[in-house]
Design a protein around this ligand. Structure first.
Ligand code: ATP
Length: 512
């Protein structure tokens, strides 16, 4: 299956199984906006819980807040978003479609790198066990030609982006003969800047209302509350403020499902440090965040760091943690050393002192900030696309199973009476009522047991508990594990401990 097919499969699976729906579907859908269904919301909540607890509960020096979406519009002047939160856009005059100029070039690069991968695949097949991929990549003429071309195009694009050279981007698109995927033509407009913030008006009457923005990142709510948190709690530098919340960006290109949305959720943490110590903290947070991802168990090789060459206006160091999505390695989380840019500018625009008085050293300063910023929806996509598996079974049939880490599965256990006669359902309902106090539990009584197992596999339920005639006599049940499909007999009184042992979010927290 090629990458596009995997993504398509995840999209249709997510819809058919109650994880994610297109927003406003009955009105033909709102582009780049999605709704989470019953299982999707549970899974998303579990991911939030893992992040929130790992930040606030597991670190003495990190506290959480929940700030509003609307903020004084001056916030965005101070943060630089009004002047610099732009993407370079280009229109195709024939299809009338709008694209991000840098994304068109990145897609071109992706096509060339797919050619490299094809060459490698062919050679691996040809040489079998003797194949040395490293040597092949370093010496094969065709691969070298493609790789040099990729480097050349990337470096030209990066330098245009860095210097805001819009004409340079247009020239690059022309020189590479990039065509619109829809019209197939290269009839492009010039490249223009496009601000990504949504705006609306606050206030009822036309003279008193003012233009405000829907926040494009949650971070500014943290900066605006920096002083409140310092003055109302016992935090001392170095300390962090964490927040989970919605952010809004009028993205030019709407595609790749929940990877790039116009309304999405961020989980951000701003860590305030003494000026001069930011690089040390930046390295620490890089390591900590990578460990957090690895603890989820999707595989170490699915992640890599990508250091930024083009730094945003506020940063003195930045990198992404990239994940191997169905579309290839792409940004999942950003780690940025934001200097004192934000607090300094809020101090300037608000006229309020945002200094921190360090009692230990007796000095007063504007702290530097190291930020970790992860998109919850991208995290969801990483988990969902890794978990969806089709497995061949012994008897020649197949099962579709969502191999989510047990700790984040939406439903932890399903209770199933063998049939609804002879008191089996009464017994099963009693077990169900008990378990649901601790776990998200389903009572599943329709169809054959085999069909019920498949149904639970398809939403990633780690355990199925079957109540049979022996259960009436010996107070024990059969518990079946989703991944091994092994069944074991356990006393009903041990169920809670057994399920807790394998599904508690603490298992993940212990690993970080
Ligand atoms: P990209 O380069 O992909 O546009 P970004 O560098 O603008 O992302 P940041 O501003 O660093 O992203 O935001 C932090 C995180 O928020 C990203 O790592 C990503 O996980 C998430 N994110 C950003 N934009 C979107 C979006 N439009 N839809 C979903 N998640 C997003």
């Amino acid at each position: 299956m090629d990458n596009n097919d995997i993504l398509k499969k995840v999209i249709s699976y997510s819809k058919a199984n109650g994880f994610i729906y297109q927003s406003s579907e009955i009105y033909d859908g709102l582009s780049a906006v999605y709704d989470y269904g019953p299982y999707g919301s549970e899974l998303k909540n579990n991911l939030k819980e893992f992040w929130w607890k790992s930040m606030t509960q597991m670190n003495d020096n990190i506290v959480g807040i929940d700030s509003s979406v609307f903020m004084d519009p001056m916030t965005w002047k101070a943060s630089g978003h009004i002047d610099a939160f732009n993407d370079p856009l280009i229109d195709n005059k024939d299809s009338k479609k709008r694209y991000r100029a840098d994304v068109l070039i990145e897609d071109y690069i992706f096509k060339i790198s797919s050619k490299v991968e094809k060459e490698v695949k062919k050679a691996r097949k040809r040489f079998g066990d003797k194949f040395d991929e490293k040597v092949f990549r370093e010496t094969n003429e065709r691969v070298l030609k493609y790789s040099n071309h990729i480097d050349e195009v990337s470096s030209k694009m990066n330098s245009c982006l860095k210097s805001n050279d819009l004409q340079g981007l247009k020239n690059l698109i022309d020189s590479l003969n990039i065509n619109d995927p829809i019209s197939g033509t290269s009839n492009w407009t010039d490249v223009k800047q496009f601000n990504l913030m949504f705006s609306t008006e606050i206030g009822a009457s036309s003279d008193s209302s003012k233009k405000i923005y829907l926040r494009p990142e949650t971070a500014q709510g943290i900066f605006l509350n920096f002083l409140n948190v310092v003055n109302s709690t016992r935090v001392k530098i170095p300390f962090g403020i964490a927040q989970i919340g919605k952010a809004f960006r009028n993205e030019i290109i709407a595609r790749q499902f929940i990877f790039r949305m116009r309304e999405f959720e961020q989980m951000e943490m701003q860590f305030f440090v003494e000026p001069g110590s930011e690089m040390e903290w930046y390295e620490k947070w890089k390591e900590k965040r990578m460990n957090w991802h690895i603890a989820l168990g999707l595989g170490k090789d699915s992640y890599k760091f990508h250091d930024h060459e083009n730094l945003a206006h506020y940063a003195n160091a930045a990198c992404d943690i990239e994940f191997n999505f169905p579309m290839g390695f792409k940004e999942l989380e950003g780690i940025h050393s934001r200097t004192d840019f934000d607090l300094k500018n809020h101090q300037k625009y608000s006229g309020k002192k945002l200094n921190y008085f360090d009692q230990k050293s007796g000095s007063s300063y504007i702290p530097y900030v190291v930020e970790t910023s992860i998109g919850l929806d991208r995290l969801f996509l990483s988990v969902m696309s890794s978990a969806l598996k089709t497995e061949k079974l012994d008897e020649g049939s197949e099962r579709i199973v969502l191999k989510l880490p047990f700790e984040i599965s939406p439903i932890k256990v399903a209770v199933m009476p063998l049939n609804d006669k002879d008191g089996l359902s009464e017994k099963a309902i009693k077990i169900y009522d008990d378990l649901k106090l601790n776990f998200n539990t389903q009572y599943d009584y329709k169809d054959s047991i085999g069909k019920r197992y498949r149904r639970q596999d398809s939403i990633g339920t780690p355990f199925c508990v079957t109540v049979d005639y022996d259960s009436l006599k010996d107070d024990s049940v059969t518990i079946r594990n989703r991944d091994s499909m092994k069944q074991e007999r356990i006393p009903i009184k041990n169920l809670e401990n057994h399920i807790t042992k394998f599904t508690s979010i603490n298992n993940l927290l212990r690993k970080i």
